[in-house]
Design a protein around this ligand. Structure first.
Ligand code: PMP
Length: 388
């Protein structure tokens, strides 16, 4: 045997797992059962539409018309007329001329950022951007500068000091871990003054912020601006799966030409297209759904003793990953599913419970939450953090 080489090529994974366990950072999949009675305060089903009969029917009718899969990449056989209808509807709803659907929001971010940048361009990304934008930066081959969270002056400095002609600024509209909002109006002033494009990830803004759920970009008055590009997910408020980019018609054409996550990926499954279209129809019919999510989020925050958020996301900081994990497990055992974010999803020392509001939460749901969450949080907040 070669010295230093063990006979088990996976032995290093045991060390890795042991280290993560010691740090309170192991992750586990927990399959839901179809009849699970747990109260869901962890999902992204913000409008509570995933199980809505019209959304289910939308998926079923699409499968009956097109079959289960889309059969190919978008440029070959994977574009149905329903894909194009969804793209037009998403664009119209968010206030942009054109839209392009991807197989996930992750793929939409990778595709848009890599297609709009490349060697010789600059990306300025907010430090709190979603992992998919972080990965998009890494894939882009552009020079990447990380601006401190929500710091528009820093963005302006980075743009002003650049040598590259082309620049793209990245931000989430609603940041996924803290639920806070990007300063979009100021950011757009900065990008316009410095001849840069602004890409906004509306994953958590669509359906919740803006007039009738049209998103924070619409709320800020930036819908339709030719130098603004918006990425969307269909998997949160729109209760389906998939992603999209909306923006100028030339952006759509360029992405069709060059976005690798569209060209080399199979088109979005028809069921997801049908479900998202149905959810969008419901959202148009019930424009108050987003407001209801924010009201429920304020109720959850009151129960948790934290400030009311500007989005569906209620973060409850506990600091230590093990304490956060134990608190989430106790909630789950008692019948409430809550999110738990630990590094690397959030910075060291900021592990937290992350609860998400849904428009369909009832007063009885919130009573159940209060009965379970208040004692769990009291215990977690009183648990001394043992220094390492
Ligand atoms: N952007 C943000 C801000 C997200 O939170 C997520 C999903 N967690 C994504 C993009 C990726 O979207 P999808 O799940 O559709 O891939």
């Amino acid at each position: 045997m070669v010295p230093g080489v063990t006979s088990d090529p996976l032995a290093w994974l045991d060390d890795h797992a042991a280290n993560r366990a010691t740090a309170g950072l192991r992750r586990h999949l927990r399959p839901r059962t179809a009849d699970s009675p747990a109260l869901d305060l962890a999902s992204n089903d913000y409008l509570g539409l995933t199980g809505h009969p019209e959304v289910r029917d939308g998926a079923i009718e699409a499968v009956q018309r097109w079959g289960a899969g889309s059969t190919g990449s978008r440029l070959v056989t994977g574009t149905t007329t329903d894909h194009e209808l969804l793209e037009a509807e998403l664009a119209e709803f968010t206030g942009f001329p054109a839209g392009l659907v991807f197989s996930s929001g992750y793929a939409a971010n990778l595709g848009a950022v890599t297609a709009l940048t490349g060697r010789g361009s600059l990306i300025v990304s907010d430090a709190g951007c979603h992992a998919s934008l972080v990965d998009a930066c890494r894939l882009s081959r552009a020079r990447v500068a990380i601006a401190p969270h929500r710091d528009t002056a820093a963005v302006a400095r980075l743009l002003a000091d650049r040598t590259e002609e082309r620049a793209l600024v990245l931000t989430d509209s609603v940041f996924s871990a803290d639920g806070d909002l990007a300063p979009l109006a100021e950011l757009h002033r900065v990008t316009r003054n410095h001849n840069a494009l602004l890409l906004v990830d509306e994953a958590h803004g669509l359906g919740v912020r803006g007039h009738g759920g049209r998103g924070l970009v619409q709320e800020t008055g930036l819908a339709g601006e030719p130098d603004v590009i918006v990425t969307l997910t269909l998997s949160k408020a729109l209760a389906a799966q998939g992603g999209a980019v909306v923006g100028d018609e030339r952006v759509r054409a360029h992405l069709i030409d060059t976005a690798r996550t569209m060209i080399f990926d199979t088109g979005l499954a028809p069921a997801a297209v049908g479900a998202a279209r149905a959810a969008l129809r419901i959202l148009r019919r019930e424009p108050g759904l987003g407001r209801r999510v924010l009201d429920r989020a304020a109720e959850i925050a009151r129960i948790a003793g934290v400030p009311a958020p500007d989005s569906a996301v209620v973060p409850i900081l506990l600091g230590d990953p093990q304490i956060a994990h134990d608190a989430a497990c106790t909630c789950r055992e008692l019948g409430v599913e809550v999110g738990c974010f630990r590094p690397p999803s959030v910075p060291e020392g900021t592990s937290r419970l992350r609860l998400t509001a849904r428009a369909d939460l009832t007063p009885a749901d919130l009573e159940t939450l209060a009965e379970i969450l208040i004692p769990v949080l009291a215990h977690a907040r009183n648990t001394a953090v043992v220094p390492a």
